[in-house]
Design a protein around this ligand. Sequence first.
Ligand SMILES: [Fe+2]
Ligand SMILES: [Fe+2]
Length: 228
Amino acid sequence: MALYAIGDLHLSLGTNKPMDVFGPGWANHVQRLEEAFSSLGEEDVTVLCGDTSWGIDLSQSLEDFRFIDRLPGKKLLVKGNHDYWWTTASKMRRFFQDNGLTTIDILHNNCHFYGDWAVCGTRGWFYEEEQSGHNEKVFNREVIRLEASLKAAGDRPILAFLHYPPLYTGYRCPEIIAKLEAYGVKDCFYGHLHGPTHRRAIEGTVGTVGYHLVSADYLRFVPKKILE
Ligand SMILES: [Fe+2]
Ligand SMILES: [Fe+2]
């Protein structure tokens, strides 16, 4: 039994969105994911850190969810900026249930437990969000969501999973970092960064939190093992 993380699967099995926009490193990425996951077992848990499916609604993403459901182990989904199919937790859970998808659940405004650990997460915030004008309401909502998830951990030690990096060369989101530190988060795993932007990712401890990039192309499509 082990806990894994990987972000940005960017699946399009029902929509056929070419992945060469992200460069040649994405060749055969679906097959490579399937191969890497084949070494996992049914007891394992993998957090998918956002940008999971290109579908614009649940029905367009169904083939992607079926693919994810066939991969071994339980999968916890965090929202990414490209997850347009995302809707309310109750609608998503009902959709998974109606379609016999039994290994997928949502990590959003809540937390899951893995052994003695709390698995917390939300989408987060990144400077790209500022391009359409800083939206204070959306930003505050993200911070509140993160805090709701961290609070749900109770006394357990926390691992946090975000889509957006809270830290990046030339960027930091002080409000998100402050929450991670206030709740004693040990490690924070994030995705979103692809191709040349990997170079600007922060890996390692900053302040009191360890930061780790887990976008799929950065991991060469092999989920990162976090806990045994
Ligand atoms: Fe993203
Ligand atoms: Fe992405």
